[in-house]
Structures are given as C-alpha cells and as structure tokens.
Design a protein around this ligand. Structure first.
Ligand code: NAI
Length: 329
C-alpha cells in the first residue's frame, strides 16, 4: 500500500525500513503534516504521522480529498488528531498505544534525579576543572512525598520506581485501582490534596479537554514552596506562563520538562543557527533549576522498534481489511 510517512526523523528511519521490509511502498517525507504540506500525500492511500503533525479537521478534509483512507500514528498520544472529524469522513485512525512505558517512566525519574542532584551543573563544573561542591547539595528522595498524576501504563511504572527510592506515593486518576494501591502502598487523593502534600509532582495523563492546564495558577498556589514539577505528558497540561511566575518567586524549586505547549515546529529540529523566537521557552531556559529535553522520553531502542513494528502492523491490518485493535474511534 502506498504510504506517505511524514516527519520522518533520522533516529527512526532505519527501524521503519526494517519493519516494513518489502510490504508497503513507503515515501519518507521530512516535513510535518500541515495545511501547507498536505499536498505531498498525493497518490498515497495511507499516511503516517508523529506527535507534532497537524491532523486537525481542515487538514483531514484535504487528506480525504486527496484519497487518503488511513492514518497511522507513530505515537500513543493523539491530541493532534481530530478523531471525530476523521471518523465522520471515513478516515480510519490507528495509533501505537504502548511502545515502552518503561522508557518514559525512566526518563521522568531521570529528570527528577538530575534536577535534585544538579547533575548538569556538576558535569559542566568538572569539565571546567572546577571540583568544588558548593551549591550542589540535593535532597534524599527517600522519605519524600511524590504525587503521581495519571496512573496508567507509564504512571504505574513511575510508582514502582519511586517505591524503590523509598518515597511515599500519592496518586490522582479518574479511576482507582485499589489492588494496585495496596500492592504499592500508595494513597489515592484528590488532585488538590496531591498538590498540597507532594514534594515532587509528576504528570502522566493524556492531554484532553479535562486535563488542559491541569496545573494552573490555583493549583500552583496550593503546592509546597520549592516543589519539584516534572512533565513528560504533554505541554498543555501546564499553564507555562504561570509556571514561570512561580519559578521567579521560588514557589517551584525544580522543573523538568520533556514536553512544551508550543513545541510544534521547535522540538525534534536543529534550530541552532537561528534566533530563538519563542520568548516563553527562552525565559524557561534562563533558570538554573529548569531542565528541558525535547520530547525524548520515549527515545530508547526498544521503543523505536515497537513503534515501527506496530505502525507497520496497523498498515497491514488496514490493507487486509481486518479489524485493528489499535484503531481509535
Ligand atoms: P494511559 O492511557 O495508559 O494512562 C493515562 C491515565 O490517565 C489513565 O489511567 C487515565 O485514567 C488517566 N486520566 C485520563 N484523563 C484523566 C483526567 N482528566 N484526570 C485524571 N486522570 C486522567 O497512558 P500512558 O501510556 O500512561 O501515557 C500517558 C501520557 O504520556 C500519554 O497520553 C502521552 O501524552 C504521554 N506520553 C509522552 C511520551 C514522551 O515521549 N514524552 C511518550 C508516550 C506518552
């Protein structure tokens, strides 16, 4: 089946080529899918996209007009796709629901440790032959209260890791799994109580209407002074401007971000030869206690292999006309 793969990155191409073999006639496209680039799909029945491609209703309409029938997401999150519009137009959509929750959970906790123990600053000092320890003191994770928002596949692994550190874990989710709570000695609380009581807060919910700006001015006000906030979920879960205000008054003591509200067009690309136009991320980058990675939490060899294999499986299912367990409706 002729498939146009948008936003193809160097880090994933070999995995996709290997998983595909000779099955589908794939065209790798560097560009993002957007209203401006959609014409590139001409003649392709299927399209594959990544997290920052635009599959809003107006782009889907164009895809439909160009004969596209299937959208294969190379991601778990699907906040960039208008699923309702796709379904009304008869464009089927499938995702990769799970590729390595371990990769993301491990990255979230890596951000915690790197921030806490000031590893980035320590590394650059040592490289500069400055072996002083002044200003590098961290805190024991052991005994701290960690609040995990979203206890799905990733959040649960985060809980297990935090258990290993000896943290007391609080959790918030719209559904409660009492057995898991008992086994891992965690307490379900409301989001406001979680904000009030946690030393570390980490976000693992999808971005949807119910979670947009879940961390807003009111909730930040409820947090402990010097709280550590980690977001590997989606940028829109945080009101970034309010977060900056809280960093300026030391209300937030540490911020670890793998995602950013306005990451589209910024993350995954090399902009090192350009003047940075985004004033909000520019301000974030000035804080010593902010650590930003550009949406790389998923980036392990296991995850890349699983993403490629599942994407090709989803294309196979569509081509054969069989039901696809990863289809979004
Ligand atoms: P999941 O679907 O297994 O778990 C999500 C959890 O959030 C569920 O337990 C659900 O009940 C809960 N939830 C949903 N809406 C909620 C609400 N309004 N309030 C409270 N809880 C709510 O998803 P998984 O695999 O754990 O992934 C979580 C998110 O992580 C994804 O949606 C995606 O946005 C993000 N992600 C980020 C990656 C990265 O590289 N930074 C890679 C993969 C996922």
């Amino acid at each position: 089946m002729k498939t146009a793969i948008f936003s193809t990155h160097k880090f994933e191409k070999d995995y996709l080529v290997k998983a595909n073999g000779e099955k589908h006639l794939v065209k790798f496209i560097d560009a993002h899918l957007s209203y401006e680039t959609v014409e590139l799909v001409n003649g392709h029945k299927a399209v594959s996209i990544f997290v920052n491609d635009d599959a809003s209703s107006r782009v889907l309409h164009k895809l439909k007009d160009l004969g596209v029938q299937f959208l294969a997401l190379r991601s778990a999150g699907f906040n960039n796709v208008d699923i309702k519009a796709a379904s009304e137009m008869g464009i089927r959509v499938a995702r990769v629901p799970e590729y390595s929750p371990y990769a993301v959970a491990e990255h979230a906790t890596a951000l915690m440790l790197a921030l806490n123990r000031k590893l980035i600053k320590a590394h650059s000092r040592v490289r500069d032959s400055n072996f002083s320890l002044d200003g590098l003191a961290g805190f024991d994770m052991h005994g701290k209260t960690a609040g995990v928002i979203g206890l799905g596949k990733i959040g649960r692994i985060v809980v297990k890791i935090l258990n290993g550190y000896g943290c007391k874990v609080l959790a918030f989710d719209i559904t409660e799994d009492k057995e898991f709570a008992k086994k891992y000695d965690l307490e379900y609380v409301t989001i406001d109580v979680l904000c009030e009581k946690s030393d570390i807060i980490t976000l693992h919910v999808p971005l949807n209407e119910g979670t947009k700006y879940l961390i807003n001015k009111d909730r930040i006000n409820k947090m402990k002074p010097g709280v550590m906030l980690i977001n590997t979920g989606r940028g829109g879960l945080l009101d970034t401007k309010e977060v900056i205000k809280a960093l300026k008054i030391c209300k937030i003591g540490y911020l670890g971000l793998d995602v950013y509200e306005e990451e589209q067009g910024l993350f995954f690309e090399d902009h090192s030869d350009e003047i940075l136009q985004d004033d909000v991320i520019a301000r974030l980058m000035t804080f010593q206690n902010v650590l930003i990675t550009s949406h790389q939490a998923f980036l392990t060899d296991t995850a890349l292999q699983n993403i490629a294999d599942t994407t090709i499986d989803n294309l196979d299912c569509f081509e054969k006309g069989t039901s696809c367990k990863n289809e979004l409706k």
